[in-house]
Write a protein that binds this ligand. Structure first.
Ligand code: ATP
Length: 351
């Protein structure tokens, strides 16, 4: 099978688990994000794929070939770390040519490849500039050009954008994504920034508590999180307790009930947790007790210009709704309000 396969991969440091039970297929040409909170095992997993860390057990195969014990320098994988690890005393051209030199590529071929890569990253005029005299974004591009110089089979990026300011980071996300598509190179990006993962990835692997929690497209993971961990980690969500009543209804802590497609597997009387995304809630100034509508009071408003977050206490829970300025109801803290929760927007979360 083409692409990268991980089978039962795990890493323990002594008795401490860094990551366990990893089974993944990363298809050729896709950009895959390893996303998860600090300490969940993202970097360890990436380093095992790179050959910089041994596996405690399991197997890693690239295009069918077992590379689990192949030394890093024989894998021909391109890597960019958070620190970039460029050589500051060398020029842009020398940095990019470095991996080619190590592989014994002749000088004319090195020069041709550097010219090609500089055009790709749009730094043609800077071939002789020392990297110490580049901006953060330019350095980033040089690090990527160096990583892909020797046509690697896999590009591994470990939080390469985390040192950049928010605006540059967003534009680099788009640049890297476009370059990756153009080259059709299988790429793994480690990040703890869910917005970055949603922007860049074909496939997101959510890691948490040292194991894979869910694999899917960004939108699958956002809309249908596999469990409470993923729901909480991806995007902002209203997660609240409820009790299944049977017949597709649930009861909230204050006694109000809602229609929810909870399926047949949950028995009446079961204590469950529900997820509703803020953009799915509909606010109304008129209070009415019909449908999936809860009456409550506004407790907090955050107006950040493009969007307005309104928090409402209702049904014994606190719900935050997201609206745009043209949907504004002119609300203030203390206003009575009703919140409509569309049944189809509700998800029941497993623990
Ligand atoms: P971050 O986002 O903070 O970089 P991460 O998800 O990449 O975190 P890892 O760096 O892979 O997490 O670490 C996973 C776990 O393994 C952590 O509990 C960490 O303390 C532990 N760990 C990592 N490297 C070592 C090591 N060399 N020796 C012992 N424990 C380690």
């Amino acid at each position: 099978m083409t692409g990268l396969m991980l089978e039962n991969v795990e890493k323990f440091y002594g008795s401490a688990c860094a990551v366990t039970d990893v089974n993944l297929h990363l298809p050729q040409g896709k950009l895959v994000c390893f996303l998860g909170p600090s300490g969940c095992g993202k970097t360890t997993l990436l380093r095992m794929i790179a050959g910089l860390e041994t596996l405690t057990s399991g197997e890693i195969r690239l295009d069918g070939e077992d590379v689990s014990h192949t030394p890093a320098h024989e894998r021909n994988f391109g890597m960019v770390f958070q620190s970039l690890a460029l050589f500051p005393h060398m020029t842009v051209g020398e940095n990019i040519a470095y991996p080619l030199k190590l592989r014994g590529v002749d000088k004319a071929a090195q020069k041709a490849r550097v010219t090609e890569l500089l055009a790709m990253i749009q730094l043609q005029q800077m071939v002789d500039r020392p990297v110490a005299k580049l901006s953060g974004g330019q350095r980033q591009r040089v690090a990527i050009a160096r990583a892909i110089a020797s046509h690697p089979k896999l590009l591994l990026l470990d939080e390469p954008l985390s040192a950049l300011d928010a605006k540059l980071r967003e534009s680099m996300q788009v640049e890297i994504r476009q370059l990756q598509k153009q080259l059709n190179i299988t790429t793994i990006l480690v990040t703890h920034d869910q917005r970055e993962a949603m922007t860049m990835a074909d496939i997101v692997v959510v890691l948490g508590e040292h194991r894979v929690q869910q694999v899917g497209t960004p939108i699958e993971i956002y809309r249908n999180p596999a469990n409470a961990f993923v729901a909480d980690f991806i995007g902002s969500g209203n997660i609240f307790p409820a009790k299944a009543l049977g017949g597709g209804r649930v009861q909230l802590p204050a006694g109000d009930s809602l229609d929810v497609p909870i399926g047949d597997t949950i028995k009446a009387g079961a204590e469950i947790r529900m997820l509703v995304r803020p953009e799915d809630l509909q606010l109304s100034r008129s209070q009415a007790a019909e449908g999936n509508r809860l009456n409550g009071t506004v407790t907090f408003i955050r107006d950040i210009g493009a969007t307005i977050e309104t928090t409402v206490e209702c049904g014994g829970v606190s719900l935050t709704a997201l609206s745009t300025p043209n949907q504004s109801l002119g609300l203030a803290i203390g206003h009575p309000i009703s919140v409509m929760i569309p049944a189809e927007a509700c998800r029941v979360l497993s623990a």
